[in-house]
Design a protein. Structure first.
Length: 201
């Protein structure tokens, strides 16, 4: 069972395969891995202790960052992710921690969780992926329907108060230049950065 895996110069942690989205472009629809060697499908969700033990097998000093990102939405296990981040910061206070998320944590948890990021999470990267709620629902197929689109924008604005770097990202797959520019403006209006991610076949 792959809990942590390397991609580039970062160490990623795979805590769940559950997700509130079912994106039509998701890499897990086509591959069992993203780095050519580590199968990211979990037999079961690892416990917090198992995740910590897995980290202990790694030399964390050699990585540029820790990234919560696997074959699911990491913040489906919000409290566990925060506990692990707190433990990591206790061990390596200067090691940056990033969460790659669909931005629906507040909707999943039914509360504003963003204050708990303060001092623990250095970057939150949120998949925007569309320029309007209808298009978002078509390609991301959230359990929250079209309401997810407004929800992730609110999440970004709230997270910006507690996280140094908040980024909206889109995948360069089946998206027009015009739509990209609308997404860029949405990011600007929310006061966050904007990034275009390469589509993985």
């Amino acid at each position: 069972m792959t809990i942590t895996y390397e991609l580039g110069d970062a160490l990623y942690v795979n805590v769940t395969n559950r997700c509130s989205n079912d994106c039509i472009f998701c890499v897990r629809n086509n591959h069992d891995d993203v780095n050519g060697k580590d199968n990211l499908w979990l037999d079961r969700e690892p416990t917090i202790d198992e995740i910590k033990e897995d980290f202990k097998t790694r030399d964390l000093s050699k990585y540029s960052s820790i990234v919560f990102c696997g074959y699911g939405e990491p913040l489906m296990r919000f409290d566990d992710c925060i506990e692990i981040a707190r433990w990591l910061k206790g061990q390596h206070p200067h090691l940056p921690i990033r969460i790659n998320t669909n931005g629906q944590a507040n909707m999943i948890e039914k509360r504003d969780v963003t204050p708990l990021f303060e001092g623990l999470i250095d970057t939150v990267s949120i998949s925007l992926n569309a320029s309007n709620s209808k298009r978002y629902d078509e390609i991301c197929q959230s359990v929250f329907g079209e309401a997810a689109f407004d929800g992730i924008q609110e999440f970004a604005r709230l997270a910006k108060r507690f996280v140094p770097n908040v980024v909206f990202s889109i995948v360069d797959h089946d998206i027009s230049t015009e739509e990209i520019e609308i997404c860029r403006k949405i990011a600007k209006d929310c006061g966050v950065d904007f990034r275009i991610r390469e589509y993985i076949e």
